[in-house]
Design a protein around this ligand. Structure first.
Ligand code: PLP
Length: 428
């Protein structure tokens, strides 16, 4: 198939990155359940290790099934290269790893997935990485937070837990002016609703655990590189622009150009951090991704109906969904996410913390789980679960206040989702 026939999203999600298996003609991507690959001869092995030839050495680095998935996500995001990882959190660490070092800083949005906040504040601190949290609705404040130390700007496109649209155009401009890579977690939007590279992002990270797989079967992550960032311009990214001691002194940017970040992620990131996706997980995610756009269209349509119904309910104080005209970020949402602002939103109940806990246990169709982006409708009371370890102030700042439940609207019939919420609210 030629590239000319492969422009539309619905086509790419089915075909990109894969061809019939060269050995057997198998139409579906085989699960290459192998750890190692036979070298043709000693010279072939040497060329592979020198990164002079692309091929397979060991599945901690590369595997054909995992590679097919990475290439498909790269195509959907419009990047030049990328890798898959064992989880979304692994993708975040691995995306930042080549950029950071002790004493360096990340400027991050206050609106983040709870686990990301903990990773950035607690775990990264032990690597000597610091993190400054800023309200990304205020690009001037983001700019003001940048001194000599930052090596990355980080945010989610549709930010947790309210599906809050970030004005990526504005943040992209700040990043460009500062000469820093903008790293965007595009998990809740997916490339169907938003392509962060069109708004100035350098790297995109995903938890493929969520919508990309779509059925709640496996954890996984991905990093995609736009290929547009000049790693050598500022001298701030020596792992990429100077001889890398972790890989016998190769200068990745000089040797590999726009593929520098991707090759570094394989040759150093996956090799030495070891947070590799396994081929079984890649298989499940490849199955899911084939229907991504179909699911996202239904997710968004259902979310809009449910949000409008909830907004009119007398036990509901507020619905935080950018798809609603009442949302203060409705216009930003339409501009950055023209196909819809996802299916994740929060509902504030007049009855507070106790009513939230009761609602969660009254719901029957909704599953009470610490996940999102499943075909099934999911609910969680963030304050008593995912955001439990945060202070009240941090929860408020993260949009996870005590009287708030988060809904991840599935692809069931909207009427059934609404009926479940109706009975659960009535019983409060
Ligand atoms: C789930 C999630 C993560 C973490 O991904 P895992 O696959 O659970 O490690 C990171 N960011 C966002 C926005 C998420 O929803």
């Amino acid at each position: 198939m030629t590239d000319a026939q492969m422009n539309g999203f619905d086509t790419l999600q089915v075909h990109a990155g894969t061809e019939p298996d060269p050995a057997t003609g198998a139409r579906q991507v085989p699960i290459y359940q192998t750890t190692s690959y036979v070298f043709k001869d000693a010279d072939h092995a040497a060329r592979l290790f020198n990164l002079e030839e692309v091929g397979y050495i060991y599945s901690r680095l590369t595997n054909p099934t995992v590679g097919a998935l990475a290439n498909r996500i790269v195509a959907l995001e419009g990047g030049v290269g990328g890798v898959c990882t064992s989880s979304g959190h692994a993708a975040q660490l691995m995306a930042l790893y080549p950029l950071m070092g002790p004493g360096k800083n990340i400027v991050a949005s206050t609106r983040l997935y709870g686990g990301t906040y903990t990773q950035f504040t607690q775990v990264f601190a032990r690597f000597g990485w610091s993190c400054t949290f800023v309200d990304f609705d205020d690009p001037a404040a983001v700019e003001a937070a940048i001194d000599d130390d930052p090596r990355a700007i980080f945010c989610e496109s549709l930010a947790n837990p309210v599906g809050y649209p970030i004005d990526l155009d504005a943040i992209g401009k700040v990043a460009q002016k500062a000469g820093l890579p903008l790293v965007v977690d595009n998990t809740s939007a997916t490339p169907y609703l938003c392509r962060p590279f069109d708004h100035g992002a350098t790297l995109v990270v995903h938890s493929t655990t969520k919508y990309l797989t779509g059925n709640g079967t496996v954890t996984g992550g991905a990093i995609v590189d736009s290929g547009k960032f000049d790693w050598s311009a500022s001298g701030k990214f020596p792992s990429l622009s100077e001889p890398e001691p972790a890989y016998h002194g190769i200068n990745f940017h000089a040797a590999l150009g726009e593929m520098a970040f991707t090759f570094h992620s394989i040759a150093v990131g996956l090799r030495d951090l070891g947070m590799t996706m396994n081929p079984q997980a890649a298989h499940y995610t490849l199955m899911g991704i084939e229907t991504l756009s179909l699911r996202m269209r239904k997710h968004v349509e259902n979310a809009q109906k449910v949000a409008e119904w909830l907004e009119a309910h007398d036990k509901v104080e507020m619905v935080n969904y950018a798809g609603l005209k009442s949302s203060p970020v409705h216009e930003t949402g339409k501009r950055i996410f023209p196909r819809g602002t996802g299916a994740l939103f929060t509902v504030a109940l007049k009855g507070g913390f106790d009513d939230c806990v009761k609602l969660v246990s009254n719901l029957k169709l909704f599953s009470h789980v610490a996940n999102l982006g499943d075909t099934r409708s999911l609910v969680i009371h963030s304050a008593s679960t995912t955001h439990r370890q945060l202070t009240d102030e941090q929860r408020e700042a993260a949009g996870a206040g005590n009287n708030v439940v988060r809904l991840s609207i599935g692809i069931e019939d909207a009427e059934d989702i609404i009926a479940d919420l109706d009975q659960a609210l009535a019983a409060l």
